[in-house]
Ligand binder design. Structure first.
Ligand code: C2E
Ligand code: MG
Ligand code: MG
Ligand code: MG
Length: 286
């Protein structure tokens, strides 16, 4: 009957909620373990290219968690969990420490010395503790100059505590650390607020890049972000370029830098090193 069908649906809904809860509790526990054992976390490096000559200008570091039983887990899943259970401070330090170690190793091999490395920061890292001092401390220990690093943050982080965020950004920049606004255009923040923040770079969210060839509205957003960046003397980077038509359209609109699977997926360290060696060879040859 309809009634028993309804009951069945409710029972399976409850069961699936319970299963989700169990899964979530497991991820929470295992994330503690991953931070402690240091063998399940690693960084990948997605190149950032200059669009006209397709020259490498830097990398964005992206955190990876290879769960021993569940396989790879996306940072869009576990970063929010880490924030909620108070682990993001340690996770964020792990990322900066590992990036600094890797940059120092590459510098020692004569690689990467002209490239910038971007690290993603999340809200909780910004609000608790002194993220600027801790970042500077980590870089100093690793022997990496602060101007090798930049940070990526989203608009919504900045809006949570405007005064505090603005102060942190200013201090990052005083140390030579670059500031990028990530996923720009998705946060619906007031432009008049946003332009008061000190930043060096705007990253056009990949949603607009994906839809711009079909949607005049998305194209208008892309065009205005490029114009805004130009008038604020910031650089602009398009995220999520997946084909040549998008790349050409962005370049024609005056966007100078880009990232995306069409240019390169996020790379493991060995592949990133090969790319840098190739670029160095090119630079020497020309
Ligand atoms: P994000 O900072 O906006 O990073 C860009 C995301 O887009 C990455 O996903 C990247 O792999 C993906 N991507 C790059 N090119 C393309 C493309 O052409 N097409 C498509 N469909 N996707 C592309 P990922 O690595 O899964 O990271 C997701 C988000 O997780 C990041 O978004 C960032 O917000 C967060 N995240 C990653 N690593 C860290 C970290 O170390 N710390 C913090 N706090 N957050 C991180
Ligand atoms: Mg990012
Ligand atoms: Mg982004
Ligand atoms: Mg994103």
């Amino acid at each position: 009957s309809a009634k028993s069908k309804g009951r069945g649906r409710i029972a399976s809904f409850t069961a699936s909620l319970a299963a989700q809860h169990t899964h979530r509790k497991r991820l929470e526990a295992d994330l503690h373990g991953a931070l402690a054992n240091g063998t399940e976390l690693r960084l990948e490096y997605q190149p950032k290219f200059e669009l006209s000559m397709r020259q490498l200008t830097g990398f964005e570091t992206l955190l990876r968690w290879d769960h021993p039983q569940l396989g790879p887990i996306s940072p869009s899943v576990f970063v929010p969990i880490a924030e909620e259970i108070g682990l993001i401070g340690r996770l964020g330090s792990w990322v900066i420490t590992e990036a600094a170690r890797q940059i120092a190793e590459w510098e020692g091999r004569g690689l990467a010395s002209w490239l910038k490395f971007a690290v993603n920061l999340s809200a909780a890292q910004f609000i608790h503790g002194d993220i600027v001092s801790s970042t500077i401390g980590i870089l100093r220990t690793a022997g990496v100059r602060p101007d090798r690093l930049s940070i990526e943050i989203t608009e919504s982080i900045l809006m949570r505590d405007v005064v505090r965020a603005s102060d942190a950004l200013k201090r990052f920049r005083e140390h030579g650390i670059g500031v990028s606004i990530d996923d720009f255009g998705t946060g619906f923040s007031s432009l008049s607020y946003l332009v008061q923040f000190p930043f060096d770079e705007l990253k056009i969210d990949r949603h607009f890049v994906r839809t711009m060839l079909h949607s005049p509205a998305a194209r208008a957003v892309v065009r205005s972000v490029i114009d805004l960046a130009r008038s604020l003397e910031a650089t602009v980077v398009a995220e999520g370029i997946e084909n040549e038509r998008q790349l050409i359209a962005l370049h024609d609109m005056g966007c100078r830098l880009g990232q995306g699977f069409f240019l390169s997926e996020p790379l493991r360290p060995a592949a990133a090193a090969l790319l840098m060696e190739g670029c160095r060879a090119l630079a020497v040859a020309s």
